[in-house]
Write a protein that binds this ligand. Structure first.
Ligand code: BES
Ligand code: MN
Ligand code: ZN
Length: 488
């Protein structure tokens, strides 16, 4: 498993710079003033930094942008990177700067002359997040990642501030690894084992096996997994850092592979459905972060792990199944499986934990991608208060989230002739009818959000803080939601 880049915070030692290998990073604000470190690099490099800063190119750069000066004379380093960043950067500018450094770094060792710049720990977080790569299955060239040394005026203080942020990076990486992992490796068994291993961090982890799920009556969940040779499971992760308070619940769709079942998906792009456990992946990553930073909150994470396969035992279109709640569902399309999984896990979460609030995450519909693309997750909620808190947290973390409506008129599209509901609406408003389906399994007095992350969990192009592939979208926002509203 890839680990976050090795980042250290040390005292400023200018006399080591002439001989430093790899890269050296200096920060210069829009005012063009050079700090102590930049002045030393400027002197050693025969004023290369000052010429760069005086150039029209520097003028055009935005906050957080980087320009690399290759093989500077007077230095052993292969590159001096000039990053445009003021003394008091915003969180997003600091993270962007870090991401640019990660891209310039490759496998080289880097010295980052952060001096007394504020939010150096956020620069480090951006660097770590963008420096992630998933190469477990590449056999060639296992080059070690380079080390990064931040030289700062107050190393202890910065290292202390960086602690909880390292916990966030590890949570995001855990999510990305799970989402990137192919389905022949990340089976339901393997997924559950990776979650069970988090007991080392102080989480309680309980695995409900098929017999348990049958006893509990989770028939809609089981109906999705019954065509697969991999056993269906529900995993419950509890973090108890908040005394006796009722917990907040996070619920994730964990379809380790979605063929569509008997309503088989077309071949083109089907391999992408290895990310259909993205909701469960985010729940797992948040739980990891909460445990690593010893959050003072009670949070329970539940994931439904199943594989949606066609076989002689698979659910047929037209089958009617009774949910744990008791409502019956006519399964019109076996490819609308995520909502069948979530229906039972949502109900179970409420019955067992009586949560103060509940958020579910799921790569639920292609329709949400049609509506919002890959920039925003779809947000559906029965509570303006909780929803506003979440949107605020997502905005603060730079994770795109956009609220879409719920309303009885959409719910009416789920009427079935022979059962209490069918599992698909019509051709229109697919993301909303999916959300309406879920809402039928949410008690009215439980503040709830459904996040449809089909467009944001994994992307084909790199984003600000992630390479192409799994993004870990949601870990930062949910961690902040908990930190800002449910701790202390
Ligand atoms: N896992 C898919 C949704 C999805 C699509 C996720 C693209 C990520 C990228 C989900 O199970 C699904 O198949 N949804 C169907 C629902 C339809 C049958 C009502 C869809 O969106 O086509
Ligand atoms: Mn599906
Ligand atoms: Zn699916």
């Amino acid at each position: 498993m890839p680990t976050p880049a090795e980042i250290q915070f040390k005292d400023i030692s200018l006399d080591t710079l002439a001989d430093a290998a790899g890269g050296i990073v200096v920060f210069v604000g829009a005012d063009g003033k050079l700090d102590q470190g930049a002045r030393r690099i400027n002197a050693l490099s025969r004023k290369a930094v000052a010429r760069c800063v005086a150039s029209p190119a520097f003028e055009k750069m935005a906050e957080g942008d980087l320009v690399s000066l290759g093989y500077p004379s007077g230095l052993s380093a292969e590159a001096v990177c000039v990053v445009k960043l003021g003394r008091r950067p915003s969180v997003s500018a600091a993270r962007k700067a870090g991401a640019q450094i990660a891209k310039a770094q490759g496998n080289a060792d880097f010295v980052v002359l952060a001096g007394n710049i504020q939010r150096a720990e956020e620069i480090a977080l951006g660097l770590a997040l963008r420096g992630y790569s998933f190469d477990d299955h590449k056999t060639a060239d296992p080059k070690p990642k380079g080390k990064v040394t931040f030289m700062v005026a107050r190393p202890e203080a910065v290292a202390k501030a960086a602690g909880p942020l390292a916990a966030i990076a590890e949570g995001v990486f855990f999510t990305r690894d799970l989402v990137n992992e192919p389905a022949n490796i990340l089976t339901t068994d393997d997924f559950a084992a990776r979650l069970a291993a988090m007991q080392e961090l102080g989480l309680d982890v309980e695995i409900l096996e098929e017999d348990d799920l049958k006893r509990l009556g989770m028939r809609t969940l089981l109906s999705v997994g019954q065509g697969s040779d991999s056993p269906s499971k529900v995993v419950v992760m509890s973090w108890k850092g908040g005394g006796d308070a009722a917990p907040f619940a996070l619920v994730g769709k964990g379809v380790v592979f979605d063929t569509g079942g008997i309503s088989l998906k077309p071949a083109g792009g089907m391999e992408e459905m290895t990310m259909d456990m993205g909701g469960a992946g985010v729940v797992a990553g948040v739980m990891r972060t909460l445990a690593l930073r010893k959050a003072k909150a009670n949070v329970v994470g539940l994931v439904g792990l199943v594989e949606n396969m066609p076989s002689g035992g698979a659910t047929r279109p037209g089958d009617v199944v009774r949910s744990m709640k008791g409502d019956t569902v006519e399964i019109i399309n076996t490819d609308a499986e995520g909502r069948l999984v979530l229906a039972d896990v949502l109900w179970y979460a409420q019955e067992r934990f009586k949560p103060v609030g509940m958020i579910n995450l799921a790569t639920l519909t292609g329709a949400v991608i049609t509506a919002l693309g890959h920039e925003n997750a779809g947000v559906f909620s029965n509570s303006d208060a909780l929803c506003d808190r979440f949107l605020k947290a997502a905005a603060a973390e730079g994770e795109g989230a956009w609220r879409l409506p719920l309303a009885p008129a959409y719910d009416a599209l789920l009427k079935s002739r022979i059962a209490d509901m069918k599992n698909v609406g019509g051709r229109t408003a697919g993301a909303i009818t999916a959300a309406q389906f879920l809402q039928r399994f949410v008690k009215e007095d439980v503040p709830w959000i459904h996040l449809d992350i089909a467009g944001t969990a994994a992307v084909k192009k790199e984003t600000a803080l992630a390479p192409a592939g799994a993004t870990g979208w949601g870990v930062l926002a949910l961690n902040r939601l908990i930190a800002d509203n449910y701790e202390g």
